[in-house]
Design a protein around this ligand. Structure first.
Ligand SMILES: Cc1cc2nc3c(=O)[nH]c(=O)nc-3n(C[C@H](O)[C@H](O)[C@H](O)COP(=O)(O)OP(=O)(O)OC[C@H]3O[C@@H](n4cnc5c(N)ncnc54)[C@H](O)[C@@H]3O)c2cc1C
Length: 417
């Protein structure tokens, strides 16, 4: 079958790939998205907490304090869950995560991320408006609640740490919390309200509405395996069900599967995944929530979604392809029931998603070293929904030779050389 040609191929149809494709298309390129599922937003971009975290300057570092490390190692801290059988495989990545989580290095990441997260909401608004999906972006922000003096102290500490970045959440006492969210139980003593971030009641529909815009503007979505990517002279070819597709530029935006392609071209990265689950619940009676609420101490969130109240878990440390387990969700559900008006479960089994991570908690957005025309846009860890559109803009600007929206240096792959 003769190869068809486009200007750019984007590998991966999650929020990150769809966003990169839209930005390339806006710069006049003909673009095809290739995904092995042949549909968009069907993996991690489907089931997340739905917060466009424009406040998320401070990275999720590995704990540094011995007590916290011991509790996490013993699976006594519900914010994380370790699959012990996976430890021999994932221990090297966890060690690198620990080493990269010194205060000085986390501070470097915070400075780099401030620019990127600061531009995130504006990019979503532009896409949503053009896609006619404004109703999928919701105002009202989100809330982190505390249930003890210890978690209240950590809220105060976070508020102080955020000040230099101009992020100023409102501290809520119990009365102020109840005024915003009347159905949060007395287990919550108060909280911090991040009023600016947008949230979505359906992250998958949001990604799909952006993909529909891409198709309306002439883009193609094809089913194919990114592992078939091959360099042919100055071009890149990938096999799709409709036949081979060739382009001068190819962007790897495969989320948790990105390292399979980078390894095939000789780039080994300290890549790992933090898996996470969700479950939908009916709301009890007429109760409900107006916005996502995070139970800070226990490390899970409950979000009012189109499908019901969605409880999302923190990190499960496991191999990417380990079979799903309900252990982490089962540990968290009693805390959720204590705090929120959760009725019966609505899903037959928990949904599993995979956050693609690098130890310094920064994505890679930039060129593949030494492979002209091959570009990388992945490892958006806890923030892929937030950062998809703005990192799509950044990669499209780099490919087109424009002045980038933020300094790309902290996001280059070479930092792991
Ligand atoms: C429980 C949970 C809660 C979260 N909450 C939030 C939140 O509130 N806010 C936020 O910003 N982020 C959140 N995240 C993170 C966010 O969901 C991810 O960072 C984001 O979805 C990653 O998007 P992606 O496009 O990189 O990957 P994905 O959405 O996983 O897409 C990757 C795509 O690559 C395709 N693919 C894989 N291998 C191949 C192959 N060989 N060939 C072709 N295609 C292939 C897949 O089919 C898939 O479509 C959360 C994550 C989890 C798990």
């Amino acid at each position: 079958m003769p190869s068809r040609t486009v200007d750019a191929i984007v590998l991966g149809a999650g929020i990150v790939g769809v966003s990169a494709a839209l930005h390339l298309q806006a710069r006049g390129s003909s673009v095809a998205i290739v995904d092995r599922l042949g549909e968009e937003g069907a993996e991690t971009s489907a089931g997340n907490t739905g917060v466009i975290q424009s406040e998320a300057v401070l990275p999720y570092g590995f704990p540094r304090n011995l007590r916290e490390i011991a509790l996490a190692a013993l699976n006594r801290d519900p914010r994380a869950h370790i699959r012990y059988g996976a430890l021999p495989s994932i221990a090297p990545a966890l060690c690198r995560y620990f080493q990269a989580s010194t205060p000085a290095r986390m501070d470097q990441t915070a400075k780099a991320m401030a620019a990127l997260v600061g531009a995130a909401s504006a990019e979503h608004r532009k896409f949503a408006q053009a896609a006619g999906a404004g109703a999928l972006l919701r105002g009202g922000g989100w809330i982190k609640v505390f249930r003890s003096a210890r978690s209240e102290d950590s809220v105060h500490a976070e508020i102080e740490e955020l000040k230099p970045y101009g992020v100023r959440p409102a501290l809520l006492d119990r009365a102020a919390l109840i005024a915003l969210e009347p159905h949060v139980s007395e287990a919550a003593l108060g909280g911090a309200h991040f009023a600016e971030p947008l949230t979505t009641p359906d992250p998958q529909r949001l990604t799909r509405s952006y993909a529909a815009l891409f198709v309306r503007r002439g883009g193609r979505l094809e089913k194919g395996d990114a592992l078939s990517l091959a360099q042919s002279g100055a071009a890149w070819t990938v096999a799709t069900e409709a036949g081979p597709l060739t382009a001068k530029q190819a962007v790897v935006a495969l989320g948790a599967w990105s390292d399979e392609v980078t390894r095939a071209f000789g780039l080994r990265l300290p890549f790992f995944v933090k898996r996470g689950y969700h479950m939908h619940y009916e709301a009890k009676g007429n109760a409900g929530l107006k916005r996502p609420v995070l139970d800070l101490e226990k490390g899970y969130a409950v979000t009012p979604m189109a499908q019901g109240l969605r409880l999302t878990t923190g990190a499960e440390f496991a191999r990417r392809d380990d079979p799903p387990s309900s252990a982490h969700l089962d540990r968290l559900e009693p805390f959720g029931r204590e705090m929120f008006p959760l009725g019966p479960r609505k899903d037959a089994a928990p949904w599993l998603g995979r956050r693609p991570c690098l130890p310094d908690m920064r994505p890679i957005v930039g060129p593949f070293p030494g492979r002209p025309g091959l570009w990388l846009d992945f490892a958006h860890h806890h923030l892929g929904l937030t950062l998809g559109p703005v990192s799509g803009r950044l990669i499209a600007e780099m490919i087109s030779g424009e002045t980038p929206v933020v300094d790309p240096a902290p996001f280059r792959a070479e930092r792991f050389a």
